[in-house]
Design a protein around this ligand. Structure first.
Ligand code: NA7
Length: 545
């Protein structure tokens, strides 16, 4: 085995071929950003990446219509002014191929590729008490050693495939949106079935509808979707953003979600129905996700939320011609936004096409996949291609997939058996020198994740280099700090309407998963202030020894 450490980067531990200061797992945006920071700080760092490509979710989710729901200028790194000035986004909401090109550009521009070990999956990791280091077991490079281990494994990485009797007998093709083939599928003349109507199903529906002979969308739970109000970016728009990019970044960092939208300070209940209608209308027609901030309390107060529900339901009704179909497509039973809404590019309108049908599998569940299609209790739907848009084991799936053992052989899975327990979402007691990027307990999927990635990458890099500068070997979360943080995360969640929906925020997407609120709902700005306080108070909550 030869895993060469990059000689030009110094190391505290003088690593051998397979020993590094830091191993980062995953070459998605959080892994790339962490590599850049840590390497610049003089550490020997390797990323191990299971795929032969960088990009994480943007490498795996190549389904038609895959795009980011965050505006391109904000879903991009702000750490290099040259990068942000020179990269030219073509669309307000970039499509998957463009985002993947961007990830590769970042990789090449900052010479990150030489420190990425591709086709290398982490199988497990064990903490060595005597050496204060991790032994990382991999599938292709044997064992690697590192002082610090960073899990940058993504929240939407472990795909969830439904177990439907007979799936193996299907004569056509079955693909999952999160493990989509690299070569585009040809839908022309084909009968296609999509199972699932989360963001992935919502994004692919109008695109496949235009190409396929017939499309059946199998819906279990109707969710809300906000129109993207998409546009191409003109040179003038591009110049305008770039002239004031720093202010834009600052605004994003100081907004609750990292998207740059400041919530309306008024309650939805403060305004007359006429004024409210106008405010909703304006937000609906331009803001995408920002619609949820048309009033500050839409996700805090059920009565305010009801006003948004009434507005959105009316919008759905305006788009769907058939009233019966409209009823099925209209969500019910949970507040608007409490389950992650989709941002769409003509989703509802697609159902007005004669070649598209909605199959209500709550009313008539799927019974089997046969050689020729999907059977529900209402009959058979003949298909040539099936796409599972059934989502992921979110937040913890990819973190717990490898067997990670901390002090005294305690596994992370055991430790988190009742739900994730950590401090700031970053570290967990009994697992020294182990860090998680944008995972549970941090703003994560409730934020523009790139903003959160930049925060975490800088924080973890400073923490490691501070400990190194003091000659300390072990960074471990203090148990009291961890308990307080878990309580704080839960308290903040209880102030919101999120717990009222059966969503992946609550661990509802996988049977048997602990039903606890996963991300931190206190907002990106508040969270950053907490990180700054911790940093300014000699890393309060971390025992550095
Ligand atoms: P999501 O948002 O988790 O959506 C998954 C969808 O698949 C959702 O409609 C589920 O219905 C449905 N689903 C899941 N399992 C099944 C089974 N077994 N049978 C039928 N339907 C099922 O995943 P996405 O990939 O769309 O989006 C993930 C994130 O990517 C998204 O939130 C953005 O952050 C980007 P259910 O609601 O469980 O009834």
């Amino acid at each position: 085995m030869s895993v060469n450490s990059n000689a030009e980067h110094g190391s505290v531990n003088s690593p051998t071929d397979s020993s590094f200061d830091v191993i980062i797992v995953g070459a998605g945006f959080s892994g790339l950003r962490s590599l850049h920071s840590l390497r610049n700080a003089g550490l020997s760092v390797k990323i191990i990446e299971a795929s032969d490509e960088v990009g994480g979710v943007w490498n795996h989710n190549r389904y038609p219509g895959a795009r980011c729901d965050v505006e391109s200028y904000d879903y991009s790194f702000g750490f290099s002014d040259e990068l942000q000035q020179q990269w030219r986004w073509s669309e307000r909401y970039a499509q998957q191929p463009e985002i993947l090109r961007y990830a590769n550009h970042v990789c090449d521009r900052f010479q990150l590729r030489s420190d990425i070990l591709f086709d290398c999956r982490m199988l497990g990791a064990d903490f060595n008490e005597d050496r204060a280091s991790w032994t990382v077991a991999t599938d292709s490079l044997g064992q690697l050693q590192c002082r610090h281990l960073i899990l940058a494994v993504g929240q939407l990485s472990k795909i969830k495939t439904p177990t439907i009797p007979g799936a193996a007998s299907f004569a056509g093709e079955i693909h999952h949106s999160g493990a989509y083939p690299r070569e585009p599928l040809d839908f022309a003349g084909k009968r296609v079935g999509i199972i699932g109507t989360g963001s992935s199903g919502v994004q692919m529906t109008p695109v496949i509808a235009r190409q396929a002979e017939h499309l059946s969308v199998f819906q279990r739970t109707a969710n809300y979707s906000i129109p993207a109000c998409h546009a191409e970016i003109s040179d003038a728009d591009d110049a305008l953003v770039k002239a004031t990019y720093d202010e834009r970044r600052e605004q994003a960092r100081n907004s609750p979600s990292g998207l740059g939208f400041m919530p309306n300070r008024r309650s939805a209940l403060d305004d007359s129905p006429e004024v409210r209608e106008q405010i909703f209308e304006t937000a609906w027609n331009r803001l995408g996700f920002g619609f949820a901030l048309a009033y500050y309390d839409i996700l805090l107060n059920i009565e305010s939320n009801n006003t948004a529900v009434e507005f959105v339901n009316r919008k759905i009704a305006e788009k769907v011609d058939d009233p019966e179909l409209c009823k099925k497509l209209t969500p019910h039973g949970f507040p608007f936004g409490a389950m992650r809404p989709a941002v769409d590019h003509g989703y509802y309108q697609a159902f007005n096409r004669s070649n598209v049908e909605l199959v209500d599998i709550k009313q008539a569940p799927i019974e089997a996949i046969t050689e020729t299609g999907i059977t529900t209790s209402n009959g058979e739907y003949p298909l040539d291609i099936i796409i599972y848009a059934t989502g992921f084991d979110v937040f913890t799936g990819s973190i717990l997939a490898p067997l990670i053992r901390g002090r005294n052989g305690l596994s992370l899975e055991q430790k988190w058996s009742q739900g994730p327990r950590n401090y700031l979402g970053i570290g967990t007691h009994d697992f020294p020198n182990l860090f998680v990027m944008v995972g549970p307990g941090s703003p994560s999927l409730l934020s523009n994740v790139i903003v959160s990635i930049e925060d975490h990458a800088q924080f973890i890099c400073s923490l490691i280099t501070s400990a190194d500068s003091l000659g300390k070997q072990t960074i471990e979360v203090n148990l009291d700090a961890e308990n307080d943080w878990v309580e704080h995360v839960n308290e903040r969640a209880q102030e919101t309407l999120y717990p009222l929906a059966p969503s992946y925020y609550m661990g509802n997407e996988v049977a048997g998963k602990p039903k606890v609120f996963m991300p931190y709902s206190g907002g990106v700005r508040g969270y950053r202030r907490i990180l700054e306080n911790v940093r300014n108070s000699d890393w309060k909550g971390f025992d550095i020894s």
